[in-house]
Write a protein that binds this ligand. Structure first.
Ligand code: BEZ
Ligand code: MG
Length: 333
């Protein structure tokens, strides 16, 4: 119940931010869901996805969670937003019932006989069917993840190892790794045409941040997943960018930031903040490694989204590479 109430507020906050930036509601939002975040918040991000679609959990006569049902449009008060869900491998392993629940919510929305301008899930599913044929169930596949037993998009490994020439290679890696569709039966199938179609409809990509311990530049998994899908969207849209948003739910009611704002905030408070880097350097080589991670992860966001401000690199260069004393300390450690 808490997740549904909070998820509704966060979902509407995201739509409000998108409307402020772009003058309209998004037709499709690509949302990255992780397992740990959902365990910590009793399913907060799952509830956000349900709310965007205009769905809620369905319970059996014993009161147990057993699936999804639609919220009537009159109660929702706006169109159903289409959601392309990208699950981490950990989410898929930990939350199989919730994986099917999300697939059911999308299928129910696609099946609802509502006007296209009030139901973007149905609009996109019917458009796909008109172009490619096949069943409505296939056209309504919205939950994507890795193949059984696989994890991550490998975009982070490619960036860390420098094994790419062109940003489209990062998009391609993302699609190959994360292009397995999970339907209401919970079994993964490759559905490249549906994935490609859905990517081309995405107006915004989104992920939650639920802890101050980790930021989007602290570990490489954020740009691997959210950055990876953002790059895949850009390729599917012939180079047009989608907005990239972070829902910061680490304190208070929560805030939605653009990726550019989030990286700027983290750079000022961490990588460019003497209190942070002196603290790191006091830990010797591990501190140097942490600093290097932040710089590489920042570059990962540039590679995948192109939305990091140039001043961030100017200041990183001045702080670490162009200061002879600092360079000597890093080398020494
Ligand atoms: C997860 O909980 O799904 C997750 C955690 C860390 C990195 C990537 C995914
Ligand atoms: Mg490294």
């Amino acid at each position: 119940a808490f997740a549904m109430a909070d998820g509704a507020a966060q979902a509407e906050r995201l739509l409000e931010r998108h409307r402020t930036d772009n003058g309209a509601l998004p037709e499709t939002v690509a949302v990255v869901l992780w397992g740990t975040d959902n365990l910590k918040t009793e399913g907060g991000p799952i509830a956000q996805v349900l709310r965007l679609i205009g769905a809620e959990p369905r319970h059996d006569s014993y009161g147990r969670l057993c699936g999804a049902r639609l919220i009537p449009l009159e109660r929702l008060g706006r169109p159903r937003i289409d959601v392309m869900v990208s699950l981490s491998g950990i989410f898929r392993d930990l939350l199989p019932l919730q994986t099917k629940l999300l697939a059911e919510a999308a299928l129910l929305a696609a099946e609802a006989e509502e006007p296209a301008e009030m139901n973007f899930v149905r609009k996109h599913a019917l458009a796909f069917q008109a172009q490619h044929g096949g069943s409505l169930a296939d056209a309504a596949l919205r939950v994507f993840s890795n193949a059984d037993g696989a994890y991550g998009a490998n975009v982070n490994l490619m960036v860390d190892n420098g094994t790419w020439q062109d940003e489209d290679e990062l998009a391609e890696a993302y699609m190959r790794r994360k292009g397995h569709a999970y339907g209401v039966d919970g079994r993964p199938r490759r559905q490249d045409a549906v994935m490609q179609h859905m990517l081309s409809t995405v107006d915004a990509t989104y992920q939650n941040l639920d802890s101050v311990e980790l930021g989007v530049t602290t570990v490489s998994h954020y740009f691997d997943s959210l950055g990876g899908i953002s790059r895949a969207v850009r390729r599917a849209k012939g180079g047009a960018e989608a907005s990239v948003y972070i829902g910061d739910q680490t304190r208070g009611a929560g805030t939605v930031r653009s990726l550019s704002e989030q990286v700027a905030l983290e750079s000022r408070t961490r990588a460019l903040n003497p209190k942070w880097y002196e603290g790191m350097l006091a830990h010797g080589y591990e501190g140097v490694r942490q600093i290097e991670e932040h710089v590489t992860n920042t570059m990962g966001w540039s590679a995948t989204t192109g939305q990091v401000s140039p001043w961030v690199y100017q200041h990183l260069a001045q702080t670490y590479m162009l200061d002879p004393e600092m360079r000597a300390r890093l080398a020494e450690l």
